[in-house]
Design a protein around this ligand. Structure first.
Ligand code: PGA
Length: 260
């Protein structure tokens, strides 16, 4: 079964709703000008919550074929949880995806593996595909090797899910995020392969075969093709480079320079 590559732009806390409109329109035009074949790669943008309604309206009105996602959601569905955003609200806004357990949430907001698991369940309750982020710090890599931390994080996140659960996994080594210190394609493949084995153990062979695993951490136009050549890397979760129209468009068009 061929997995459709997914190139996902995690804007983090950048671009207000007006800047978001200009950005999405420009990205769309840039891909059109380049005669990019829609559907060869799935493109998803993950704006801040305050932009989502605006971006949804734009994608809909201009028939722009990008998927829309949020950067987080509440583990709860409704109630007295000041400042939280329910998956129910996100699914009403046509959010097909939600990033869960990004290392910045784990680090700055104390999200544990158990919180991540609860949020994964919440996303699935509302028909939203969770993009489950895992990855090790440099100290953890030195202490327990390249795969142990990500494998354990993923086991907890997937526990108890049905075999047909629709999820995306993102392997993002913490030491490579926003640092310019990119993992090698071989390092990415080693962990992504181990994560696919975990999906197989927990959810079964079909899930392992169909689930997309992304690499994230200092992805750029100049290095995406090498990652995409690896058999267990099905796309990228892109931070900094997803805020630059030409750079992100070039990442999306990696198939044109995959042989380079
Ligand atoms: P980066 O961020 O591409 O800026 O390293 C990736 C991410 O945090 O998802």
């Amino acid at each position: 079964m061929a997995r459709t590559p997914l190139i996902a732009g995690n804007w983090k806390m950048n671009l207000d709703h007006l800047q978001a409109v200009a950005f999405v329109q420009k990205l769309h035009w840039t891909l059109k000008d380049a005669k990019h074949e829609d559907g060869s790669v799935e493109v998803a943008v993950f704006p801040p919550f305050t932009d989502i309604r605006t971006v949804q309206t734009l994608l809909d009105a201009d028939k722009i074929p990008f998927a829309l996602g949020a950067q987080d959601l509440s583990a709860q569905d409704s109630g007295a949880y000041t400042g939280e955003v329910s998956g129910a609200f996100l699914s009403k806004l046509d959010c097909g995806y939600v990033i869960i357990g990004h290392s910045e949430r784990r680090q700055y907001h104390g999200e544990t593996d158990e919180v991540v698991a609860a949020k994964v369940q919440a996303a699935l309750r509302h028909g939203i595909v969770p993009v489950i982020c895992v990855g090790e710090t440099l100290e953890q890599r030195e202490e327990s090797g390249p795969t142990a931390v990500s494998v354990e994080q993923l086991r907890v996140a997937l526990a108890g899910l049905p075999a047909d659960a629709d999820v995306v996994i993102a392997y993002e080594p913490v030491w490579a995020i926003g640092t310019g210190q990119v993992a090698s394609p071989e390092q990415a493949e080693e962990v992504c392969g181990a994560l696919r084995a975990v999906i197989g153990e927990v959810l079964g062979a079909d899930a392992a075969e169909r689930t997309r695993i992304l690499y994230g951490g200092s992805v750029k136009a100049a290095n995406i093709a090498a990652f995409m050549r690896e058999p267990d890397v099905d796309g990228a979760l892109v931070g900094g480079a997803s805020l630059l129209v030409d750079e992100f468009a070039a990442i999306i068009r990696y198939q044109k320079h995959v042989g380079v």
